[in-house]
Design a protein around this ligand. Structure first.
Ligand code: ZN
Length: 364
């Protein structure tokens, strides 16, 4: 990733840190200097920053390692000044698995918070002093508080927060995933509006969170719905009708004319009753013309072992077979009759759209 510094590969997952982190370090140091703090406070502040992002990194590893359990890899983990991003190859579609992957991140922060609390107990800092230390700027108490905030913030039931995915997964136990996504996205945006209104009157922090969630929920739901809708694309949605077809009794020279007129690399060949027989490539016709076989019927030149689709076939599920076939066009058949064709170019376009969508990854 551009503008990022590679820092290591724990558990086989590459971790990058964004260069803009330097700005955060400079800003933090400047704030300390402004308050008349010395070098010790600045160093302590930077250690705290490192500890905070350590917790965020562990949170991301929570997602990544949970996903690995279900055979889903993680491209990398990126640390940005606004938080971490684990770029999972995909989100699991099984609601139970998605629930586990989404909740694994915040669960890590719960464990860290409990750990910090126990350490503080051992160090003799009792519960009653906790608030005092938080206010007074105690390192461990601050870190504990930050982890609790991370849990609460991430569990807001709105995309792009983990809570949005948790909500979607819970809804998906009861309804179709695409519908669950839309409902979860709407809940998130309603919540964001609530935050903004409440924040306007009571707390500017909520206003900020509300705007963040509203923008995030909008973008994420758009992406997710797009991804979902790609999964629902059927052959008939991509179909091109009126594709040139030729009867199998036609001659080679007739086929040559049809190729020149249509400028297509393949022709559909049909029988006497206009049922689909196979595909004829222009390379075959050129070969035959070179041999001088102008008047032979094309019936013997037809490739009959062709990957065909039914109008209701889900393209997404057939993509592996479609890619392996190496065909330039895919006939869509409705009871042996040609309903239309799908070109390889149309499929590539669909794939690219899908990759552009899924590359955006998990974010909060
Ligand atoms: Zn998370």
């Amino acid at each position: 990733m551009k503008w990022s510094l590679y820092i290591g590969k724990p558990a086989g997952i590459k971790v990058f840190i964004h260069w803009t982190f330097i700005l955060l370090v400079i800003w933090l140091s400047w704030m300390h200097l402004q308050q008349g703090h010395g070098l010790f406070e600045i160093i302590l502040g930077l250690i705290f920053l490192a500890a905070l992002f350590g917790c965020i990194t562990l949170h991301e590893f929570g997602h990544a390692l949970a996903a690995r359990r279900y055979g889903i890899g993680t491209r990398d983990i990126n640390l940005l000044p606004i938080g971490g991003v684990a770029r999972l190859e995909r989100m699991p579609e099984d609601p139970k698995e998605e629930l586990v992957v989404a909740i694994a991140g915040p669960a890590v922060n719960v464990v860290i918070a409990i750990g910090l609390y126990l350490i503080m107990l051992v160090l003799g800092q009792s519960n009653t002093e906790l608030s005092h230390h938080v206010a007074g700027g105690n390192f461990l108490a601050d870190l504990l508080l930050i982890n609790i905030i991370l849990v609460l913030f991430n569990l807001i039931p709105a995309f792009p927060m983990d809570g949005g995915r948790v909500l979607r997964a819970l809804l998906a136990f009861k309804m179709k995933r695409s519908k669950a996504t839309r409902v979860a996205a709407s809940v998130g945006q309603l919540l964001a509006i609530g935050f903004v209104l409440f924040g306007l009157f009571y707390n500017p922090w909520l206003l900020f969170i509300g705007i963040f969630v509203f923008i995030g929920a909008g973008a994420e739901s758009q992406q997710v719905t797009m991804q979902e809708s790609l999964r629902e694309v059927k052959a008939k949605d991509l179909i091109t009708t009126g594709y040139p077809a030729l009867p199998q009794t036609a001659s080679v020279s007739k086929a040559a004319t049809a190729f020149m007129e249509s400028r297509e690399p393949e022709l559909v060949i049909t029988d006497d009753e206009e049922r689909f027989v196979g595909l004829l490539s222009y390379e075959r016709i050129i070969e035959e013309m070179q041999k001088g076989h102008f008047n032979n019927p094309v019936v013997n030149l037809v490739k009959e072992e062709v990957q065909t689709l039914t109008p209701d076939a889900l393209i997404y599920e057939l993509l592996p077979q479609i890619q392996q076939s190496g065909q330039r066009i895919f006939p869509v058949l409705d009871d042996d009759r040609l309903a239309g064709v799908i070109s390889h170019t149309d499929l590539i376009r669909l794939l690219e759209q899908n990759q552009a969508v899924s590359a955006s990854g998990h974010r909060h």
